[in-house]
Design a protein around this ligand. Structure first.
Ligand code: GLP
Length: 239
Protein backbone atom coordinates (compact mmCIF):
# COMPACT_ATOMS: atom_id res chain seq x y z
CA UNK A 1 0.00 0.00 0.00
CA UNK A 2 1.31 3.39 -1.01
CA UNK A 3 -0.07 6.60 0.51
CA UNK A 4 0.32 9.98 -1.16
CA UNK A 5 -0.60 13.02 0.94
CA UNK A 6 -1.06 16.33 -0.84
CA UNK A 7 -1.53 19.77 0.68
CA UNK A 8 -5.08 20.38 -0.51
CA UNK A 9 -8.00 19.19 -2.65
CA UNK A 10 -6.67 20.75 -5.89
CA UNK A 11 -3.27 19.10 -5.58
CA UNK A 12 -4.78 15.77 -4.55
CA UNK A 13 -7.03 15.95 -7.62
CA UNK A 14 -4.12 16.82 -9.90
CA UNK A 15 -2.03 13.89 -8.66
CA UNK A 16 -4.94 11.47 -9.07
CA UNK A 17 -5.60 12.71 -12.63
CA UNK A 18 -1.88 12.25 -13.39
CA UNK A 19 -1.98 8.64 -12.22
CA UNK A 20 -4.87 7.98 -14.64
CA UNK A 21 -3.20 9.83 -17.51
CA UNK A 22 0.00 7.87 -16.93
CA UNK A 23 -1.97 4.65 -17.18
CA UNK A 24 -3.60 5.73 -20.46
CA UNK A 25 -0.35 6.24 -22.36
CA UNK A 26 0.01 2.74 -23.73
CA UNK A 27 -0.10 1.10 -27.14
CA UNK A 28 -2.57 -1.52 -25.98
CA UNK A 29 -6.16 -1.35 -24.77
CA UNK A 30 -6.46 0.13 -21.25
CA UNK A 31 -9.56 -0.61 -19.15
CA UNK A 32 -10.42 1.87 -16.39
CA UNK A 33 -13.32 1.71 -13.92
CA UNK A 34 -13.98 5.17 -12.55
CA UNK A 35 -15.96 6.66 -9.71
CA UNK A 36 -18.78 9.16 -9.52
CA UNK A 37 -19.54 11.20 -6.39
CA UNK A 38 -18.33 14.61 -5.23
CA UNK A 39 -14.67 13.77 -4.52
CA UNK A 40 -13.72 13.45 -8.22
CA UNK A 41 -15.25 16.74 -9.43
CA UNK A 42 -11.93 18.61 -9.67
CA UNK A 43 -10.05 15.54 -10.87
CA UNK A 44 -12.45 15.24 -13.83
CA UNK A 45 -11.94 18.93 -14.65
CA UNK A 46 -8.24 18.18 -15.08
CA UNK A 47 -8.94 14.95 -16.94
CA UNK A 48 -11.30 16.64 -19.42
CA UNK A 49 -8.59 19.15 -20.35
CA UNK A 50 -5.98 16.41 -20.59
CA UNK A 51 -7.98 13.96 -22.73
CA UNK A 52 -10.30 16.07 -24.92
CA UNK A 53 -9.51 15.94 -28.64
CA UNK A 54 -6.66 13.53 -28.03
CA UNK A 55 -7.33 10.75 -30.52
CA UNK A 56 -4.32 8.85 -29.22
CA UNK A 57 -6.36 7.99 -26.12
CA UNK A 58 -8.76 5.90 -28.23
CA UNK A 59 -7.16 2.84 -26.58
CA UNK A 60 -8.80 3.74 -23.25
CA UNK A 61 -12.08 2.06 -22.27
CA UNK A 62 -14.24 3.14 -19.37
CA UNK A 63 -16.49 1.20 -17.01
CA UNK A 64 -18.81 2.32 -14.21
CA UNK A 65 -18.64 0.01 -11.21
CA UNK A 66 -22.09 0.59 -9.77
CA UNK A 67 -25.48 1.87 -10.87
CA UNK A 68 -28.54 3.14 -9.06
CA UNK A 69 -31.44 3.15 -11.55
CA UNK A 70 -34.12 5.83 -11.45
CA UNK A 71 -37.48 4.18 -10.85
CA UNK A 72 -39.34 5.96 -13.65
CA UNK A 73 -36.90 7.96 -15.74
CA UNK A 74 -35.54 6.05 -18.72
CA UNK A 75 -31.91 5.89 -19.73
CA UNK A 76 -28.87 6.08 -17.51
CA UNK A 77 -29.09 5.75 -13.72
CA UNK A 78 -27.46 7.95 -11.09
CA UNK A 79 -23.85 6.86 -11.60
CA UNK A 80 -23.71 6.98 -15.40
CA UNK A 81 -25.61 10.29 -15.43
CA UNK A 82 -23.01 11.68 -13.05
CA UNK A 83 -20.04 10.30 -15.04
CA UNK A 84 -21.54 11.63 -18.26
CA UNK A 85 -21.91 15.12 -16.86
CA UNK A 86 -18.53 15.24 -15.13
CA UNK A 87 -16.40 13.53 -17.73
CA UNK A 88 -17.72 11.58 -20.74
CA UNK A 89 -19.70 14.46 -22.28
CA UNK A 90 -17.26 17.34 -21.70
CA UNK A 91 -14.29 15.17 -22.72
CA UNK A 92 -16.26 13.94 -25.77
CA UNK A 93 -15.45 10.29 -25.11
CA UNK A 94 -16.92 8.17 -27.94
CA UNK A 95 -19.66 5.75 -26.90
CA UNK A 96 -17.62 2.86 -28.28
CA UNK A 97 -15.17 3.43 -25.39
CA UNK A 98 -17.85 3.48 -22.66
CA UNK A 99 -19.19 0.22 -21.19
CA UNK A 100 -22.14 0.89 -18.91
CA UNK A 101 -23.03 -1.49 -16.11
CA UNK A 102 -26.75 -1.57 -15.35
CA UNK A 103 -29.50 -3.77 -13.93
CA UNK A 104 -29.84 -5.65 -17.24
CA UNK A 105 -26.23 -6.71 -17.66
CA UNK A 106 -24.84 -6.90 -14.11
CA UNK A 107 -24.79 -10.71 -14.14
CA UNK A 108 -22.30 -10.68 -17.02
CA UNK A 109 -20.17 -7.74 -15.78
CA UNK A 110 -17.33 -9.84 -14.37
CA UNK A 111 -17.17 -12.11 -17.44
CA UNK A 112 -17.35 -9.13 -19.79
CA UNK A 113 -14.44 -7.40 -18.04
CA UNK A 114 -12.44 -10.62 -18.02
CA UNK A 115 -13.03 -11.03 -21.78
CA UNK A 116 -11.96 -7.41 -22.32
CA UNK A 117 -8.62 -8.20 -20.64
CA UNK A 118 -9.42 -7.24 -17.04
CA UNK A 119 -9.36 -3.83 -15.37
CA UNK A 120 -5.97 -2.12 -15.53
CA UNK A 121 -7.04 0.31 -12.84
CA UNK A 122 -10.09 1.04 -10.70
CA UNK A 123 -10.48 4.49 -9.18
CA UNK A 124 -12.47 4.48 -5.95
CA UNK A 125 -13.89 6.97 -3.53
CA UNK A 126 -14.79 6.00 0.05
CA UNK A 127 -17.87 6.73 2.15
CA UNK A 128 -17.52 7.72 5.79
CA UNK A 129 -19.09 4.32 6.67
CA UNK A 130 -16.22 2.57 4.88
CA UNK A 131 -18.06 1.73 1.66
CA UNK A 132 -16.65 1.84 -1.83
CA UNK A 133 -18.69 1.33 -5.01
CA UNK A 134 -22.01 0.03 -3.61
CA UNK A 135 -20.31 -2.21 -1.05
CA UNK A 136 -21.92 -0.79 2.06
CA UNK A 137 -21.63 -2.42 5.49
CA UNK A 138 -24.23 -5.21 5.69
CA UNK A 139 -24.71 -5.56 1.93
CA UNK A 140 -22.02 -7.51 0.03
CA UNK A 141 -19.39 -9.85 1.50
CA UNK A 142 -15.71 -10.07 0.59
CA UNK A 143 -16.31 -13.10 -1.64
CA UNK A 144 -19.05 -11.47 -3.75
CA UNK A 145 -18.72 -10.61 -7.43
CA UNK A 146 -21.01 -8.05 -9.11
CA UNK A 147 -24.19 -8.04 -7.05
CA UNK A 148 -27.79 -6.88 -6.89
CA UNK A 149 -28.54 -5.18 -3.56
CA UNK A 150 -32.17 -4.84 -2.46
CA UNK A 151 -33.81 -2.08 -0.45
CA UNK A 152 -34.27 -4.45 2.49
CA UNK A 153 -30.55 -5.33 2.66
CA UNK A 154 -30.04 -3.00 5.63
CA UNK A 155 -32.27 -0.94 7.88
CA UNK A 156 -31.41 2.39 6.28
CA UNK A 157 -31.17 1.27 2.64
CA UNK A 158 -34.48 2.87 1.61
CA UNK A 159 -33.20 6.23 2.91
CA UNK A 160 -29.88 5.78 1.12
CA UNK A 161 -31.65 4.99 -2.17
CA UNK A 162 -33.86 8.04 -1.69
CA UNK A 163 -30.91 10.36 -1.14
CA UNK A 164 -29.10 8.88 -4.16
CA UNK A 165 -31.98 10.07 -6.39
CA UNK A 166 -31.97 13.52 -4.83
CA UNK A 167 -34.84 12.88 -2.40
CA UNK A 168 -37.42 12.35 -5.15
CA UNK A 169 -39.75 9.61 -3.83
CA UNK A 170 -41.13 8.93 -7.36
CA UNK A 171 -37.66 8.02 -8.55
CA UNK A 172 -36.54 5.94 -5.55
CA UNK A 173 -35.57 2.49 -6.86
CA UNK A 174 -35.83 -0.65 -4.72
CA UNK A 175 -32.34 -1.94 -5.55
CA UNK A 176 -28.98 -1.07 -7.07
CA UNK A 177 -26.17 -3.05 -8.67
CA UNK A 178 -22.49 -2.92 -7.84
CA UNK A 179 -19.23 -4.65 -8.56
CA UNK A 180 -18.48 -6.68 -5.46
CA UNK A 181 -15.33 -6.83 -3.35
CA UNK A 182 -14.07 -9.84 -5.30
CA UNK A 183 -14.61 -8.01 -8.61
CA UNK A 184 -12.73 -4.95 -7.37
CA UNK A 185 -9.84 -6.99 -5.97
CA UNK A 186 -9.30 -8.47 -9.44
CA UNK A 187 -8.27 -5.09 -10.85
CA UNK A 188 -4.54 -4.91 -11.54
CA UNK A 189 -4.29 -1.60 -9.71
CA UNK A 190 -6.52 0.21 -7.23
CA UNK A 191 -6.38 3.95 -6.57
CA UNK A 192 -8.55 5.30 -3.76
CA UNK A 193 -8.77 9.01 -3.09
CA UNK A 194 -10.38 11.08 -0.36
CA UNK A 195 -10.70 14.68 0.68
CA UNK A 196 -11.72 16.52 3.82
CA UNK A 197 -11.91 16.00 7.58
CA UNK A 198 -15.14 14.01 7.26
CA UNK A 199 -13.15 11.15 5.69
CA UNK A 200 -10.21 11.26 8.14
CA UNK A 201 -11.54 8.76 10.69
CA UNK A 202 -12.58 6.16 8.13
CA UNK A 203 -9.25 6.40 6.29
CA UNK A 204 -7.49 5.57 9.55
CA UNK A 205 -9.90 2.75 10.38
CA UNK A 206 -10.09 1.20 6.90
CA UNK A 207 -6.36 1.14 6.18
CA UNK A 208 -4.81 0.80 9.63
CA UNK A 209 -7.51 -1.20 11.41
CA UNK A 210 -8.65 -4.81 11.20
CA UNK A 211 -9.85 -6.31 7.93
CA UNK A 212 -13.56 -6.85 8.45
CA UNK A 213 -16.78 -6.85 6.44
CA UNK A 214 -18.03 -4.17 8.85
CA UNK A 215 -15.58 -1.78 7.18
CA UNK A 216 -15.82 -2.90 3.55
CA UNK A 217 -12.81 -0.87 2.32
CA UNK A 218 -10.53 -2.61 4.85
CA UNK A 219 -10.21 -5.51 2.39
CA UNK A 220 -8.38 -3.20 -0.02
CA UNK A 221 -5.37 -3.18 2.37
CA UNK A 222 -4.51 -6.62 1.03
CA UNK A 223 -4.40 -5.60 -2.64
CA UNK A 224 -0.84 -5.85 -4.00
CA UNK A 225 -1.08 -2.59 -5.94
CA UNK A 226 -3.08 -0.08 -3.89
CA UNK A 227 -2.39 3.67 -3.90
CA UNK A 228 -4.29 6.01 -1.58
CA UNK A 229 -4.27 9.70 -2.45
CA UNK A 230 -5.34 12.07 0.32
CA UNK A 231 -5.36 15.74 1.06
CA UNK A 232 -4.03 16.82 4.46
CA UNK A 233 -7.50 16.94 6.01
CA UNK A 234 -8.33 13.37 4.99
CA UNK A 235 -4.91 12.26 6.29
CA UNK A 236 -5.24 14.16 9.56
CA UNK A 237 -5.97 11.09 11.73
CA UNK A 238 -3.00 9.14 10.43
CA UNK A 239 -0.50 11.03 12.57
C1 GLP B 1 -21.29 6.91 -3.59
C2 GLP B 1 -20.61 6.17 -4.72
C3 GLP B 1 -19.26 5.68 -4.26
C4 GLP B 1 -18.46 6.83 -3.70
C5 GLP B 1 -19.14 7.41 -2.51
C6 GLP B 1 -18.42 8.59 -1.88
O1 GLP B 1 -21.79 6.01 -2.68
N1 GLP B 1 -21.41 5.08 -5.20
O2 GLP B 1 -18.59 5.10 -5.34
O3 GLP B 1 -17.19 6.40 -3.34
O4 GLP B 1 -20.43 7.82 -2.91
O5 GLP B 1 -18.83 9.75 -2.51
P1 GLP B 1 -18.23 11.19 -2.29
O6 GLP B 1 -17.01 11.26 -3.16
O7 GLP B 1 -19.31 12.09 -2.79
O8 GLP B 1 -17.92 11.34 -0.85
Amino acid sequence: MKIIIEENYEKMSRVTANILIGKMHQQKRVNLAITAGSTPVKMYEYLVTDTKNKAYFDNVHYYNFDEIPFKQRRGYGVTMTNLNNLFFKPAEIPESQIHPLDENNYKTQDKRIEQDGGLDLILLGIGSDGHYCGNLPGTTKFEDLTSHVREDATENMKDILLSEVGGDEHERPNFYVTMGPKSVMQAKEIVLFATGKKKAAIIQRAFFGPITNEVPASLLQTHPNLTIVLDQDAASELY
